[in-house]
Ligand binder design. Structure first.
Ligand code: PMP
Length: 363
């Protein structure tokens, strides 16, 4: 369509997995399990559910456009100022707001080779140029990324842990990188999987935006807090960056149920503890199985792991699908022999492992 902007005409859309119900019907299976989108396998938490129910009678009203209650809760929990927080319709919206606020045609955007699929899409949508920097051991090569920054660069994305590789950068390496960036480059430190990281090796990055005005840290309620379907995430930045994003965002970008549920989820320590316990046990269960199958996997700090099936992963993905197990091929991330699998419940992991070993044996 000639109406479309040049960048938009060439866009290839992000393709999410098919809904489980649709696949189940298509395949005529009694059960389909989905380990494809790094979701929380425990179902919605009790406190979030209660908060959603309590909000239902209020749905004729607009939500609080300032997100006052959730920002207050976040600022207490995270030791940041409420004015540093930007709420979004998922952390994806924060990433999009950043791009709409800071990047335009003729600008460049730097990210790593195996970076989250949304970064190139958002870059192209605003007509900017993507600079994908070759990875090192599947992870970010920060020196090479710094070298890729030019006077046209406006945004750099770092996901820590990274998706789909699960690789983790050390806090001091990230801090050094941000300190070395020119002032006109905004660094997006995407910490969607922060809560899954072992506290001993976490990047305690939230104090940094007051020192580095060109840094925004993004996090989400979609993963460890189990609210992917509600769409709620946030950014922590300097006051200046938050002020700019606030001018660009829609007035009611975070919906009422999401605001209420996120606030409740933040106070649900029991749910978070169980999530982390299930994730740690599941990670061990899957990686032990990969070892037994003689498969290499990339050590992951997230709630997923990418395994090398030592052949074109697409037919393996298709064969798993036929058995009712949805995982994520990552060929479009330039990892053609890897499959990314989200950590599920003990039972889901077991079903996946059985299916994978059958597929690899040609059964
Ligand atoms: N960043 C990364 C690295 C992700 O993997 C995801 C989800 N797949 C997101 C951001 C976006 O998550 P959400 O919009 O649900 O907060």
């Amino acid at each position: 369509l000639e109406l479309a902007l040049a960048g938009v005409q060439q866009l290839v859309p992000y393709v999410p997995g098919k809904p489980v119900e649709e696949l189940q019907r298509e395949l005529g299976l009694s059960e389909v399990i989905k380990l494809a989108s790094n979701e929380n396998p425990l179902g919605t938490g009790g406190k979030a559910t209660a908060a959603i129910q309590a909000s239902l009678p209020e749905l004729t009203r607009y939500p609080d456009g300032s997100g006052f209650a959730l920002k207050t809760a976040l600022s207490h929990k995270l030791a940041v100022l409420p004015e540093q927080i930007t709420l979004g319709n998922g952390s994806s919206e924060i990433l999009e707001l950043v791009m709409r606020t800071f990047a335009a045609p003729a600008h460049e955007v730097v990210f790593s080779q195996h970076a989250f699929a949304l970064y190139p899409i958002l870059t192209q949508a605003v007509g900017a140029q993507a600079r994908a920097v070759p990875a090192k051991d599947f992870g970010h090569d920060l020196d090479a990324m710094l070298a890729a920054v030019t006077d046209k660069t406006r945004v750099v994305f770092i996901a820590n842990p990274n998706n789909p590789t699960g690789t983790l950068l050390a806090a001091n390496a990230v801090e050094r990188f941000v300190a070395a960036l020119p002032a006109q480059v905004l660094c997006v430190l995407d910490e969607a999987y922060y809560e899954f990281v072992d506290p001993a090796v976490r990047t305690e990055s939230l104090a940094w935006p007051l020192r580095f005005p060109n840094l925004i840290v993004t996090r989400t309620f979609s993963k460890a807090y189990g609210l992917a379907g509600l769409r709620i995430g946030y950014g922590i930045s300097s006051l200046d960056v938050a002020d700019l994003l606030n001018r660009v965002r829609q007035p009611f970008n975070a919906n009422m149920l999401a605001l209420a549920a996120a606030e409740a989820a933040l106070g649900d320590a029991e749910y978070l503890d169980e999530t982390l316990a299930v994730n740690n046990a599941g990670m061990a269960q899957l990686t032990d199985a990969f070892n037994s199958l003689g498969l290499e996997w990339i050590p992951s700090a997230g709630n997923f792991v990418s395994v090398d099936v030592k052949q074109n992963a697409l037919p393996i993905y298709q064969a798993l699908l036929k058995k009712g197990v949805i995982v994520r091929p990552v060929a479009n991330y330039e990892m053609p022999s890897h499959l990314r699998v989200s950590i599920g419940t003990e039972r889901e992991n077991r079903i996946f492992i059985t299916a994978l070993s059958e597929v690899l044996r040609g059964v």
